[in-house]
Design a protein around this ligand. Sequence first.
Ligand code: NAD
Length: 357
Amino acid sequence: MDRGKKTDVTQQPLGVAVVGAGYWGPNLVRNFQASDRFRLRHLCDLDVERARRVLGGYSTVQATADYPAVLADPEVDAVAVATPAGTHLDIALAALRAGKHVLVEKPLAATYADGMRLVTEAEERGLTLMCDHTYCYTPAVGRIREAVRSGELGEIHFVDSVRINLGLVQKDIDVLWDLAPHDLSILDFILPDTVEPVAVAAHGADPIGAGHACVAYLTLRLNTGAIAHVHVNWLSPTKVRTTMVGGAKRTLLWDDLNPLQRVAVYDRGVDLASPHEIGVDERRDMLVSYRSGDMVAPALGEKEALRSMVEEFADAVRERRAPLTDGRAGLRVLDILEAASRSLQFQGAVVGLRAGH
Ligand SMILES: NC(=O)c1ccc[n+]([C@@H]2O[C@H](COP(=O)([O-])OP(=O)(O)OC[C@H]3O[C@@H](n4cnc5c(N)ncnc54)[C@H](O)[C@@H]3O)[C@@H](O)[C@H]2O)c1
């Protein structure tokens, strides 16, 4: 496949432009500037003053509101999109059509259909399309993925994810679209390739009259029969960020707000004796036995997730391979979000997911 001129020069930094200088864009700016794999060339925002403020007075990076000029710059190999989700399609599509590799903030696009257009365009052009599922690049989630995919936990029985706090009530999106992309992208990242969600049911409430759900519960059915649950809430007075992954052998608990013990692996659980080991007349509760082994808290590195994320973007471009969180990972998350929104409309009806993204 033809990956464009500059990407063949593997040792040179990739020229990159960031679009969006609001809340999140400056984090990308900082990490691109800190990485020797990139040279940041432009920061583009409709509000050029905002872009200038982010860069500061002495920067040689160009602050601009002129996106076509950014795309016309032959030194720009890649574009990173950190604008509101509703604008991702137009901005990312224009970049792909100009032959640039693209990194898009989560969620990949406002709809599955829009996301699919981006994935198709990138694949047809042989360009890298990556979605910034930031949490997937944290040392904790990397360790969880390893524990799940290596079989250390055994077959996965359940996943339970809680992401609640007094959140910024968004005007244009509900709590599901605001917070659940994190949990869903983590789920997508940690599960083995043969395990996937097949259906979702969502319940939500808007007790303060915000116009959309501020509290939501998602229940996902996996193709193995296992269950995953996601609880997102803008109205909780306390902040909780925990994910429990229960396996046949061990159960892992990730508490992102506990830096001393972010991940703990428990060799504790419940076993059922197989039916041939007991007589037919024995009561069912006789089958149950409890394991009460050790808890291990593995040491984790402290590398900033966004730093690893931008490095993965550069490596994927250079090695001409799909990034760990590619456009299709973004699509799978959008599929669940759309199905969950439909389920919310129908009071928690179970909605099937698309197969084979
Ligand atoms: N990865 C994460 O953990 C994480 C965290 C927060 C936000 N985000 C994502 O980052 C994106 C941006 O969110 P935010 O909170 O920074 O939004 P924001 O509203 O604070 O900033 C968006 C910026 O984009 C600019 N903009 C809008 N349309 C534009 C256009 N067509 N061309 C150029 N600039 C344009 C706006 O002027 C604004 O400065 C969203 O997709 C959001 O979901 C990701």
